[in-house]
Write a protein that binds this ligand. Structure first.
Ligand SMILES: Nc1ncnc2c1ncn2[C@@H]1O[C@H](COP(=O)(O)OP(=O)(O)OP(=O)(O)O)[C@@H](O)[C@H]1O
Length: 231
């Protein structure tokens, strides 16, 4: 369970508050107007930004002061964070070890992860020789291999076409289900939220609200969300 305990995040004159928990294995969309603080919330959970008050807990343990790399989570942001000078296999290997040289066991696990995301045999390529969708799959394979219990997604597939994006989201959902991963996904697209996430956290007017059923929230959006979604 992820708990944001009376969390307050401030950046200059921007402030965001959150006080709720997310159940283990839940898939939760993070929706709200541009600039409302969706990315800031994920960045704080990931540990790249320290809150000005409150705590972040995972399974009851306070991780507010834990370094990002030591947190029980993987993050997938829009630019897939692949290193251009490393091969696909080496990029995926970074998910489990900082050493570029891979053991035989590591290589086997990486090949299995590549196969899982439909990229079997492409481990020796450099990211530049992959399409955008394939790069997204590599980043996902890295998360898959890390098998952390919490996955933070910040519009990772926004640059992809609708069909490919839907395919990637379906793959995320499938892997999350298999691994029992808790997923928190920032999106600008209510369709994506509906497809992947039964629950949604609305971020608006300085507050990240507790998760609510996505369908009910979208069917009857509060004014800030209605204005953002448009007619
Ligand atoms: N490094 C920073 N220093 C000061 N303020 C910042 C910084 N980064 C973001 N902000 C401000 O924090 C607020 C929230 O930004 P954030 O990127 O989290 O919003 P968002 O909901 O993810 O927006 P979008 O949907 O447009 O990506 C904005 O007002 C932004 O200007």
């Amino acid at each position: 369970m992820l708990t944001l305990d009376r969390l307050r995040i401030t950046q200059d004159d921007f402030a965001l508050e959150a006080d709720f928990s997310i159940a283990p294995g839940a898939r939760v969309a993070v929706l709200g107007p541009s600039g409302a603080g969706k990315s800031t919330l994920l960045t704080t959970i990931a540990g790249f930004l320290a809150p000005s008050a409150g705590r972040v807990l995972w399974a009851g343990t306070d991780i507010t002061g834990t370094a990002p790399g030591m947190r029980p989570l993987s993050i997938l942001f829009q630019d897939q964070n692949l290193f251009p000078h490393l091969t696909v296999s080496q990029n995926i290997g970074l998910g489990i070890s900082p050493r570029p040289r891979l053991s035989t066991g590591d290589s086997r696990r990486i090949e299995a992860a590549l196969e899982r995301v439909g990229l079997a045999g492409l481990g020796a390529r450099k990211p530049v020789a992959l399409s955008g969708g394939e790069q997204g799959r590599v980043a996902l394979a890295r998360c898959l291999l890390r098998a952390k219990p919490l996955l933070l997604l910040d519009e990772p597939f926004a640059a992809l076409g609708p069909a490919l994006k839907a395919e990637m989201l379906a793959l995320v959902a499938e892997i999350a289900r298999e691994q029992g991963t808790t997923v928190l996904m920032v999106s600008h697209d209510p369709t994506d939220a509906t497809a992947l996430c039964p629950e949604t956290v609305l971020v608006a007017e300085g507050t990240a609200y507790p998760p609510r059923p996505t369908a009910a929230l979208l069917a009857n959006p509060p004014p800030a969300l209605a204005a953002y979604l448009g007619p």
